[in-house]
Design a protein around this ligand. Structure first.
Ligand code: SAM
Length: 227
């Protein structure tokens, strides 16, 4: 049984001074790597990343690395979570679509920043687990199961969209679901490596900015790599 379900089932969610200390060290590391947004850093200092880990990997929870969460998927590296969150310029009450719920960690960070989060997951098991686990931790985003490469037209428009899996192309449906002035951050490239790209909607145009390369699991679905 995946780790976080076990912890949730047995109410073993615990956060002590040692784990808070490790989080503060992680935040220092993220600052050194160039993350400046204080709201992002405060959220990372607050969300207990270790509770998203299975016991065997617990000692690695505050390393700046991605780790397996089952179903062939990963919890993103803290630097990646911080980088994408910073580029979104999150404001309290922003309505944000997250494509790729995964463990729910990224959604928790965005909610800690005051956002209203709509999160969609393509893997049924991960969707069910996050839907049970995150509210038990105190985070209550709106959960959806399905192909997030098509966005969530029934709930659009969004102030911000964050895609947490690597896309082969930029899905037009996602751009179409941005509010005026809205921002989307998405990794785009091949299966091994993707460039982080940010789009800002200005009228009927999108301002495009490109950043470093990252390595995400593939975005599946219609506008992703298929199913
Ligand atoms: N945000 C996650 C977290 O904080 O743990 C990390 C996400 S993991 C790197 C990528 C996730 O995207 C996986 O859980 C995968 O199942 C999901 N995914 C892939 N294609 C998808 C799609 N078309 N729609 C929704 N989720 C998708």
């Amino acid at each position: 049984m995946p780790f976080f379900k076990q912890k949730w089932a047995f109410s073993m969610i615990e956060d002590n001074y040692k784990q808070r200390g490790l989080r503060n060290k992680l935040v220092k590391k993220l600052r050194l790597k160039g993350i400046k947004d204080e709201a992002v850093l405060a959220a990372i200092a607050k969300v207990p990343r270790h509770v998203f880990f299975e016991d065997a990997l617990l000692v690695h929870a505050y390393e700046d690395k991605a780790f397996p969460i089952g179903e062939g998927q990963t919890i993103s590296q803290p630097y990646t979570v911080a980088f994408q969150s910073e580029k979104l310029h999150v404001k309290p009450n922003d309505k944000i679509l997250e494509v790729g719920t995964g463990s729910g960690y990224q959604a928790a960070v965005l909610m800690e920043m005051g956002a209203k989060v709509y999160t969609i997951e393509f893997n049924r098991k991960l969707y069910e687990l996050a839907k049970g686990f995150l509210p038990a931790l105190g985070y209550k985003p709106f959960f959806f199961f399905g192909d997030g490469s098509k966005g969530l037209p029934a709930k659009a428009p969004f102030d911000k969209i964050i895609v947490t899996a690597g896309a082969p192309v930029v899905p037009q449906a996602l751009l179409d679901q941005l509010n005026e002035g809205g921002i989307m951050i998405i990794p785009v490239g091949n299966r091994e490596s993707q460039k982080m790209v940010k789009f800002t909607k200005r009228g009927d145009k999108y301002l495009k900015e490109e950043f470093d390369n990252f390595s995400f699991v593939p975005l599946l679905g219609e506008s992703g790599w298929g199913s």
